[in-house]
Ligand binder design. Structure first.
Ligand code: NAP
Ligand code: GDD
Length: 346
């Protein structure tokens, strides 16, 4: 039952990168914030421990694979707004676990949206859609671009967008929006995503704790923004008069190779590439050591080569302007990892 006049927000995926930034943002806006988490064998609350300790966020157990748990979480939280950020969010893993990916990223969305609509037809829902839905579509990609996903992840997210966002908005008048967000990163990014893998490995190499690391395709291009800048847009989409979908991106794209070079630069390292294809390596010019090798296991069966977002609609309607430049983003991540690794040393 509702006990306060505060607006109530339910975040699924609160333990993830975006969930933790969004929880902080909504708490600062005066929301009563509820986070749904799934059972884990170790502490899943590392990213939100301060918010939980200060009682700015209330945690409930639930799983997008479990309809009973979703119903209970919705009845117990009575949300005015739901931010569905929970997902199997790793594109590479989606090729290895396509069933789980579809189960969570497609059917899970259906379970949540149906339960939420049944409890409160006036609820407002944000669905975490993705630039992966564009797949092979030529850049720049915007809300009118055709979708051509190539991964089980992109396919599941696209089906969820079509079936539960677009169709439910049209057929049931539900207030539901897709944020079609391009890659966004931060010091809270999961360590297996390429940007964080690079900044963490390079920080460890710089401090002499690691000799080298491995990557896959260095030539894929991504439109990388700063996650902290992006969560405000999720909230703004739900404050509009009409539910609409928006592309959120910086409008700049760089290769993985450039991200690596920029991270080296941020850490004061001098590196150069030698060789080609799977034999290509990166060498630390100050020590003469190989610090990066290519491993074909990190290549995807199918790759999205070039993402570059056109967020003119969000610029117009939401006043969206990315605040953090690419080089600053890399520096924020590299500095954070250097400090974190140093702290662990002392
Ligand atoms: P993330 O760090 O991987 O977080 C994913 C969250 O989903 C975690 O809290 C995870 O919980 C939770 N989750 C996974 N399976 C679940 C299940 N069955 N039931 C309940 N919760 C489950 O992802 P992120 O980068 O913050 O991204 C947030 C959302 O935006 C995702 O939906 C992602 O697909 C989408 N997106 C991200 C980007 C990006 O560049 N970051 C771009 C476009 C779209 P555990 O902690 O228990 O694993
Ligand atoms: N993860 C990873 N690990 N990627 C690598 C590696 C590696 O060792 N080496 C090269 N890459 C390349 C991938 O092939 C891909 O082209 C690029 O780096 C980015 O990979 P990720 O950081 O894993 O991100 P993503 O673009 O596949 O997916 C992220 O962004 C999507 C939005 O476009 C995730 O956050 C998705 O959840 C999100 O929807």
């Amino acid at each position: 039952m509702k006990q306060t006049s505060k607006k109530r927000a339910l975040i699924t995926g609160i333990t993830g990168q975006d969930g933790s930034y969004l929880a902080e943002f909504l708490a600062s806006k005066g929301y009563a914030v509820f986070g749904m988490i799934r059972r884990a064998s170790n502490d899943p609350l590392v990213r939100v421990s301060d918010l939980v300790r200060s009682k700015k966020v209330t945690i409930l157990y639930g799983n997008l694979r479990d309809i009973g748990s979703i119903d209970r979480v919705i009845v117990e939280t009575c949300p005015d707004e739901i931010y569905n950020l929970a997902a199997q969010s790793d594109v590479g893993i989606s090729f290895k676990c396509p069933e789980e990916t579809t189960e969570v990223n497609y059917y899970g969305v259906g379970r949540l949206v149906n339960a939420a609509m049944k409890a409160n037809p006036k609820v407002r829902i944000y669905q975490a859609s993705t630039s992966e839905m564009f797949g092979k579509t030529k850049p720049p990609q915007n809300e009118r671009s055709p979708f051509a996903p190539v991964s089980p992840y992109g396919e599941a997210k696209l089906k969820a967008h079509q079936d539960f966002v677009v169709r439910y908005r049209d057929a049931h008048g539900l207030f539901i929006c897709s944020g079609i967000l391009f890659n966004h990163e931060s010091p809270l990014r999961g360590e297996h995503f390429v940007t964080r893998k690079i900044t963490l490995s390079m920080a460890r190499i710089r401090l002499g704790l690691q000799e080298s690391f491995e990557l896959g395709n260095l030539d894929a291009k991504r439109d990388w923004g700063y996650a902290k800048d992006y969560v405000e847009m999720m909230w703004l989409m739900l404050q509009q008069n009409k539910p609409q979908d928006f592309v959120i991106a910086t409008g700049e794209s760089h290769t993985v190779r450039v991200f690596f070079l920029e991270a080296a630069n941020a850490l004061g390292m001098h590196v150069s590439f030698k060789g080609q294809g799977l034999k290509e390596v990166a060498v630390d010019e100050d020590t003469g050591r190989i610090i990066l090798r290519i491993n074909k296991n990190f290549y995807r069966p199918l790759e999205v080569d070039y993402l570059l977002g056109d967020s003119a609609k969000a610029r117009r309607a939401l006043g969206w302007k990315p605040k953090t430049k690419f080089t600053d983003l890399v520096k924020i991540m590299a500095d954070a990892d250097l400090n974190q690794v140093r702290r662990k040393l002392t």
